[in-house]
Write a protein that binds this ligand. Structure first.
Ligand code: DLL
Length: 431
């Protein structure tokens, strides 16, 4: 943190709307000019849209700018969107994506410093303090999770244990031996770790952990309750994406657990109707769009995240907006015989049924021109098989009642399904 603002989260812009808007406008004008002057794709798109950086006189003028999509990043692969000479780029990350070329992003030293500050602020909001030990099980490497979180822990003055993802038995050993106060990983991986603790004969509620800062994949409040109960910790949501920075674009406060606050001094959010591109008002469901306000190496202008959420008023940090917990992206949406559903809707329904576990996958097939979905779900290891079988019928009925579609539910033995080591793949489309 800078000398003037030693305590993360106490920056004046997070508490005064007037100060925030002035800072945002200043930074928006800088970003738009910087992108126009240094990235040929932005220059071309702004010219085609007939908009000049000088036209941005208010924050609302951002709407005059064209959107940026993943396709733009693919077109300029690998470094075509960088706005500074390569000699000024200190780090590169990339997201693998499910198909095609990875998306490549870059950071100057200032970008890395800002990122570290924002992750430190996010961890502080989650209740982590200088002097604590933090077990970081986000994957290290090209993925932004591991190294992004790592820098933030150091920046906060806490101790980072850089474990990375995978090798679950070792995670269990290190949690036991090093006694960390906090853990950072995906929610699905924390469940894998909880199972492994139990298998090692360790009561998951008995560890030194007090808080988990979880993100990188959609998860529900029902999943939060399950994680908090199983591990006797606070589970806090952290959001981000590589194109916009990485973890720490928005983060939740442990006091309120009411959705991540967007660090609006660095990112200007909008929500839009994904089909028409029109702005939707705060409070209504739309696709989240971000314009970066301080990024040097990789500025993004109206980047379409494909994440669906609502913008809500700030609570712990009153001047910035929150996002409602993100439970789906438009490309995770399953369309089954005309009904739209997100895997998190199934997660919500599973969580209330004791004989079933959160380990489930969805398989989609096409049988004689009709789409079908099978939920394969592991039974609870210590409950009787008949009770678990009966629970599958309950799940099937709940899905019919709440989502309006008939699915098959297949009971699996404990440990039969793939375990998460990071972002969990729930949907297998076999059509
Ligand atoms: O997942 C960055 C990150 C790392 C965030 C660690 C939080 C913790 P990408 O691999 O580019 O970056 O994936 C970004 O993951 O557009 C969302 O769809 C999803 N996502 C990330 N955080 C959350 C969250 C990292 N808290 C994509 N809730 C995003 C729901 C999330 N979805």
């Amino acid at each position: 943190m800078t000398a003037e603002n030693p305590i993360p989260g106490e920056e004046p812009e997070l508490h005064s709307v007037q100060a925030l808007r002035a800072l945002q406008l200043d930074r928006l004008q800088w970003t738009v000019r910087h992108a126009y002057e240094n990235v040929p794709l932005y220059r071309r798109k702004f010219d085609e849209a007939g908009v000049d950086p000088g036209d941005i006189r208010s924050l609302d003028d951002v709407r005059r700018l064209p959107f940026t999509t993943k396709a733009d990043l693919r077109e300029t692969y690998p470094f075509g969107m960088f706005a500074v000479p390569m000699a000024d780029v200190r780090r590169i990350h990339a997201s693998s994506g499910t198909t095609g070329r990875p998306t490549v992003v870059g950071y100057t030293q200032t970008d890395l410093d800002n990122w570290g500050d924002l992750v430190a602020r996010s961890l502080h909001a989650a209740g982590i303090r200088a002097g604590m030990k933090v077990h970081n099980a986000y994957g290290y490497g090209l993925f932004t999770g591991g190294l992004g979180a790592h820098t933030g822990v150091e920046r906060l003055g806490a101790t980072v244990i850089p474990v990375s993802g995978g090798q679950t038995a070792r995670q269990v050993q290190l949690i036991t031996d090093f006694e960390p106060d906090a853990i950072l990983c995906t929610p699905s991986y924390l469940l894998t770790i909880a199972d492994a603790l139990e298998q090692a004969g360790i009561d998951p509620t008995s560890t030194s952990l007090k808080v988990a800062v979880l993100g990188a994949e959609p998860w529900t409040n029902e999943m939060r309750a399950e994680i908090e109960r199983r591990l006797a910790i606070d589970a806090v949501d952290i959001y981000g994406l590589s194109e916009v920075m990485g973890p720490g674009v928005a983060s939740e406060s442990v006091q309120t657990k009411d959705g991540p606050h967007i660090w609006e001094d660095h990112f200007l959010p909008e929500t839009i109707d994904g089909e028409t591109g029109e702005t939707v008002p705060d409070g209504e469901l739309g696709e989240l769009v971000f314009t970066s306000l301080t990024k040097q190496a990789f500025p993004v202008i109206r980047y379409r995240t494909r994440d669906l959420t609502r913008l809500l008023p700030g609570s712990t940090y009153p001047a910035v907006r929150r996002i409602e917990k993100i439970t789906g992206r438009d490309d995770d949406m399953v369309i089954l015989r005309g009904v739209n559903l997100f895997p998190t809707q199934i997660e919500e329904l599973v969580m209330g049924i004791e004989a079933l576990t959160p380990h489930f996958i969805l398989e989609l097939r096409r049988e004689s021109r009709l789409d079908t979905m099978t939920v394969r779900i592991e039974r609870h290891p210590s409950l009787g098989i008949d009770e678990c079988r009966a629970a599958t019928v309950v799940l099937q009925q709940r899905i019919k009642q709440h989502i309006g579609t008939t699915v098959e539910v297949v009971l699996e033995e404990p440990g039969a399904l793939p375990r998460s080591e990071g972002k969990y793949k729930r949907v297998y489309d076999l059509r």
